[in-house]
Write a protein that binds this ligand. Sequence first.
Ligand code: CIR
Length: 262
Amino acid sequence: MNLNRTLVRLPCDNVDKGLRIDDRGSVNVARAKAQHAAYCEELKRLGYTIDLVLPADNAYPDSLFVEDPAVIVEQSLVMTRLRRRERQGEEAVMEKVLRPYYRDVFRIEDPGFVEGGDVLVTDNRLYIGLSKRTNFEGAEQLARIARDRHNYHSVFIEIPDDHLHLKGEMSYHRSDGGLIVVSERLAKDFRGSPERLLVVPCDDPMQRFGANCISKEKRVLIHGGCTEARRVLEQEGFDVREVLLDEYDKIDGAMTCMSKFF
Ligand code: CIR
């Protein structure tokens, strides 16, 4: 699957009203905007082009998390169904800009819910997290589309309650030959998977974010301060750079959810 283009959406003035599981302090809006800009620069430095920059929308504090409203499987664009009322409607702009690039467009239908942060797409299978945001009905609908259209196999994974999305603690690295980087506590769900696994040992919840990283060939970008992830990625031969995203940590945003490769 070729995902050579990148889309981001600018954080809005209401980003401090973003949803969160726990209170970890208020978001400094100016700092959040500066961190988003630094993140975009780091993506370019990795070798990605940023092809689409969607405008900020104050009606949707979480709309910069562009990973969630859509899932891409080969030539199919699947518009997800966001569970939280505060985010419902973010899909509209995404669908408008992405649909010209895809042969088919599908929609997750009621009673299903899926959020893109729960869906890891490799080159021939999906790992779908069953979480507070993605339910079994939604996962089944998505798995059926991926199987019938593209012959992809799907694996469902139960997500711990203190955890928002599957990908908050893991990521897929296509250009490194199909490597999954995953936190130690989720790794058991991937033993026996055909992909190579790189396990980040981390007891501290903030260190688990380290497994959510973005790479291009042997260059990788990790959340600032994730020392365990840095160590294991360097051992694996990666050239590691860090970007500080602590304003987004407060609203449960992992780095892969701030861009969409398409
Ligand atoms: C939310 O709760 O929906 C946002 N505050 C965070 C979404 C993060 N998305 C992701 O990890 N895929």
